[in-house]
Write a protein that binds this ligand. Structure first.
Ligand SMILES: NC(=O)c1ccc[n+]([C@@H]2O[C@H](COP(=O)([O-])OP(=O)(O)OC[C@H]3O[C@@H](n4cnc5c(N)ncnc54)[C@H](O)[C@@H]3O)[C@@H](O)[C@H]2O)c1
Length: 312
């Protein structure tokens, strides 16, 4: 999407952290913004902040895990604010820690925490694309979708199994959908940050508090405040980087390149596992292999970092 000024972006989880950073960066580039969030107080604070900078915005209350809520909000937004050109599926929750040094391991994860993460981080992305992509396709003017994954969409350290599962799901869903939407002129970007200043720990605690079993078992003693004195990236800088990715149609948005050695370790482990066939002499047919190919990978691999258009 070469020209962003005057285009409308719909940002979930836009009232705080990375989503608010995107809203600020997009508004500074002349975009119109719909900020969608479940937290009414944060929405009202974000509205004040964004309006003070002169942004043309609308705030909407939305639980991203509800397909019905998406339909109602989309109808309202299109009737009162106009069509959406850029969808940012960004709302999310994290996997909790027991203490600052101890993660909540998979065997201790309550069932409802699993469902909360999957619904907030994954079903939400399905809901968002199902709601807005058909409208973009029908209008025929293209568009762009940004899905917030994480470095946890590439790396799976112990103690984060549920969060990692949700972010790998966002990664796979986005890569496959990118190939389906590209012929309609709809671009796709997957945001994969490391540490960013935000309210994610508090947000997760407050969303967890809405679960029936929140006050019992291991879930009762999970921490609700971020790690003290941990320096993190500015959400506005992340938002500015996302804007560049929209303009240049970059699939992977790697804001923290310092993770490259860790990513290479994973890629090397996968490469090392590719060896002898389980049935030597048997080969899947060239047709089956061709059906497994995605042009998206070839296109992205041939890109030069830093190349591309400036923001307009
Ligand atoms: N902060 C980081 O270090 C970091 C790193 C990698 C990825 N991420 C991802 O970035 C995204 C944004 O998180 P953040 O760090 O800015 O946290 P944040 O808590 O500051 O913002 C998340 C926003 O999502 C909203 N939200 C949560 N559940 C919702 C629901 N069901 N419906 C609608 N809105 C909902 C919250 O109210 C909040 O405003 C998340 O997907 C997160 O997994 C964050």
């Amino acid at each position: 999407m070469q020209f962003v000024a005057g285009k409308t972006a719909f940002i979930t989880g836009g009232a705080s952290g990375i989503g608010l950073g995107m809203a600020q960066a997009f508004a500074a580039a002349g975009m119109r913004i719909v900020v969608a969030d479940i937290d009414e107080a944060a929405l009202s604070r974000a509205e004040t902040t964004l309006k003070q900078s002169g942004a043309d915005i609308k705030t909407v209350s939305l639980d991203v895990s509800s397909g019905e809520a998406w339909k109602a909000v989309a109808a309202d937004v299109e009737a009162t604010f106009g069509p959406v050109d850029v969808l940012c599926n960004n709302a999310g929750v994290a996997q909790a820690r027991i203490t600052f040094d101890k993660h909540l391991e998979l065997v201790d994860v309550p069932d409802d925490l699993w469902h909360l993460l999957m619904e907030t981080n994954v079903t939400s992305v399905f809901n968002g694309i199902k709601t807005f992509a058909p409208k973009m396709i029908e209008r025929g003017n293209g568009g762009h979708i940004v899905n917030t994954a994480s470095m946890a969409g590439f790396l799976a350290p112990p103690g984060l199994a549920v969060y990692v599962a949700s972010k790998f799901a966002v990664m796979g869903l986005s890569e496959s959908a990118a190939g389906e939407l590209a012929p309609h002129g709809i671009g796709m970007s997957i945001l994969c940050p490391g540490g960013v200043q935000s309210n994610l720990v508090a947000t997760t605690a407050s969303r967890r508090a809405s679960l029936p079993g929140a006050s019992q078992g291991p879930a009762a003693s999970l921490i609700t405040a971020p790690l003290p004195h941990a320096p993190k990236m500015s959400p506005l800088k992340v938002g500015e980087r996302v804007l560049k990715a929209i303009v240049n149609n970059e699939l992977y948005v790697i804001t923290h390149p310092e993770y490259e050695p860790l990513m290479e370790e994973r890629f090397a482990a996968v490469r090392a596992a590719i060896g002898e066939s389980a049935e030597p002499g048997y080969l899947d047919t060239p047709t089956m292999l061709e059906r497994s190919r995605s042009q998206i990978y070839l296109d992205q691999a041939s890109r030069k970092q830093g190349a591309g258009s400036s923001i307009q």
